[in-house]
Design a protein around this ligand. Structure first.
Ligand SMILES: C[S@@+](CC[C@H](N)C(=O)[O-])C[C@H]1O[C@@H](n2cnc3c(N)ncnc32)[C@H](O)[C@@H]1O
Length: 233
C-alpha cells in the first residue's frame, strides 16, 4: 500500500511528542541542517533573503537558519499541526523573523516567485506526489532562486538497507528517490543547473541543489476564475 498524507499525519502527530529528543536529531537531521546552512552561506553570505523551509516540523532547522543568517526571513510550512505546535516556544522566540504555516508541500500556500531559497530537509520521502512538490517548490522560487533539498541516500547497499529496508519497515511505503530521479524531477519542473553531493556516514544523505532558471508559472489553484470573483455593489 502506498504511503499517503493520512499516514504522515498519524505518524508525525505521534512522533511529535519526542521528536526533538530522538536519536535521528544527532545521526541525521543536524548534519543535514549543517550542510544546507553552509551552502546558503557560501551562495548568499548574510544577504536579506527570503527562505521557505518545506516540511519544517517543530522548527529546529528554521531556528538554526536564523541563528546562522541573522538577515534572513524564514517561513516554515508543514502538513501536521502537531509538529508545528510542539515547536510553539521556538516559533515564539523567533517570531519577528520566522513564520510557521500549516500547509501541504504539493500545494504551497504562497504566491508565485516569493522566495530566494526553498529548503527541504528529511521530509521529501513522505510526499506521495513528489513531482507536484518539486513543481510547487519551483513555482514559489524567484527566477534564479535555489532549491536545496536533503533526503536519505539509498543508491548504495548501506543506504538502501537503512532507508528502503529499516526506515520503510518503521514508516511504511515512504519513497526515498534516487539521485537520478531527483535530477529528473528537477528537470521536469523547470530547474536548470544542478549539483548533487553525497554525505557518507551511518545515515548517508544526498544533497541536491538546483537553480530555477525558467520564470515560474502560477499554479492553477492560484489563478482566479473570473466567474467566482464577486464585486461588492
Ligand atoms: C522527519 S521530519 C523533518 C523535519 C525537519 N525538516 C527537520 O529536518 O528537522 C518530516 C516532516 O515532514 C512533514 N511532512 C510530511 N508530509 C508532508 C507534506 N505533504 N507537506 C508538508 N510537510 C510534510 C512532517 O509532518 C514532518 O514534520
Amino acid at each position: 500500500m502506498s504511503y499517503d498524507k493520512t499516514q504522515a499525519t498519524h505518524e508525525f502527530t505521534r512522533w511529535s511528542e519526542n521528536y526533538d529528543r530522538c536519536i535521528l536529531q544527532t545521526l541525521l537531521f543536524q548534519p543535514a541542517h549543517r550542510a544546507i546552512i553552509k551552502r546558503i552561506q557560501a551562495r548568499f553570505a548574510d544577504r536579506p533573503i527570503r527562505i521557505l523551509d518545506v516540511g519544517c516540523g517543530t522548527g529546529v532547522f528554521a531556528a538554526r537558519i536564523r541563528d546562522a543568517l541573522p538577515s534572513a526571513q524564514v517561513w516554515g510550512v508543514d502538513l501536521v499541526s502537531g509538529m508545528l505546535s510542539k515547536g510553539a516556544a521556538r516559533w515564539q522566540r523567533h517570531a519577528e523573523c520566522v513564520t510557521p504555516i500549516q500547509g501541504d508541500s504539493e500545494r504551497l500556500p504562497f504566491a508565485t516567485g516569493s522566495f530566494d531559497i526553498v529548503t527541504c530537509a528529511n521530509s521529501f520521502h513522505h510526499y506521495p506526489h513528489q513531482d507536484r512538490a518539486v513543481a510547487e517548490m519551483h513555482r514559489v522560487l524567484k527566477l534564479n532562486g535555489r532549491l536545496m533539498l536533503v533526503d536519505g541516500y539509498r543508491d548504495r547497499p548501506w543506504g538502501w538497507f537503512i532507508y528502503d529496508v529499516c526506515v520503510a519497515h518503521v514508516e511504511g511505503a515512504v519513497h526515498h528517490a534516487s539521485a537520478g530521479r531527483f535530477r529528473e524531477l528537477c528537470g521536469q519542473a523547470g530547474f536548470g543547473q544542478m549539483d548533487q553531493r553525497v554525505y557518507r556516514g551511518l545515515a548517508p544523505f544526498l544533497f541536491t541543489e538546483a537553480v530555477a532558471e525558467k520564470s515560474p508559472v502560477p499554479a492553477p489553484h492560484f489563478r482566479l476564475d473570473p466567474s467566482e470573483v464577486k464585486v461588492a455593489a
